[in-house]
Design a binder for this molecule. Structure first.
Ligand SMILES: Nc1ncnc2c1ncn2[C@@H]1O[C@H](COP(=O)(O)OP(=O)(O)OP(=O)(O)O)[C@@H](O)[C@H]1O
Ligand SMILES: [Mg+2]
Length: 221
């Protein structure tokens, strides 16, 4: 896996005037990298992740995932690309409140044609991986914050992604739970060679990266 970002720009159009959220960003990421993205609030970190996921369109520049052009792909190609390659982990966990832990983990496979038993078994394997097999039938509100984030990480792995995009995955967790989640991400990164791009405000979290990116007002610095 290789991800190459060249001269990436993103301008948002707003009634109050244009916002240049990313300005000529260049970097590349290799298989197995753990990339941390830091920068102050409003510096363009989330915008960068959204562009890389193809969830918003960049204004100019190229984003190449192996030989797939994320920046110019159609919505249909992008949803296939995300389904086959990308796992997401967000600050707010984004679990569905009325689904149990294991149902949440299985959710990204809802539209796939894998049979139900196989989905269930894979989700159970992942809950084991994150140490939550004994909480599989709990609803999100019946789990601690760290456990909820571990369910979200298991869910991000269900489609066997090559790339995990994480936006402040420890933003809502206390320091001890943050270390637990960061260690889990690191072990996934190392044992399965899954590439991770992680946005973070925390100096502790940024130490986990082997490749550190800092954004200042939309520019790499
Ligand atoms: N949909 C939008 N329309 C217009 N401007 C936007 C939009 N989304 C973000 N922006 C602006 O783009 C800039 C970058 O926003 P972004 O969310 O990428 O920052 P961030 O680095 O993730 O910040 P934070 O650390 O607070 O999450 C900000 O100045 C923001 O106000
Ligand atoms: Mg953000």
């Amino acid at each position: 896996m290789n991800l190459t970002i060249t001269n990436l720009c993103k301008q948002y159009h707003h009634a109050d005037g244009p916002v240049d959220a990313l300005k000529n960003v260049n970097f590349s990421v290799n298989k197995g990298d753990f990339v941390t993205i830091t920068g102050s609030s409003g510096s363009g970190k989330t915008t960068l992740l959204l562009c890389l996921a193809g969830l918003i369109k960049s204004t100019s520049g190229t984003i190449l995932f192996n030989d797939f052009r994320i920046d110019s792909a159609s919505d249909k190609q992008l949803s296939g690309f995300r389904m086959n390659n990308v796992g997401f982990v967000m600050q707010s966990f984004a679990l569905i409140p009325y689904l149990t832990a294991i149902e949440n983990v299985m959710l990204p496979l809802a539209v796939s044609n894998i049979d139900k038993a196989q989905k269930y078994n894979r989700a159970l394997e992942l809950l084991k991986l994150v140490g939550l097999e004994n909480r599989k039938n709990h609803l999100p509100k019946e789990l601690s914050a760290g456990q909820q984030q571990r369910v979200a990480i298991a869910r991000a792995l269900i489609n066997k992604p090559t790339l995990i995009l994480a936006d402040e995955p420890t933003g809502n967790l206390d320091p001890a739970l943050s270390i637990e989640i960061l260690d889990l991400l690191k072990s996934i990164n190392q044992s399965q060679a899954i590439t991770i791009l992680m946005v973070t405000h925390s100096p502790l979290a940024s130490q986990y990266g082997n490749h550190k990116i800092h954004l200042t007002d939309g520019c790499l610095s």
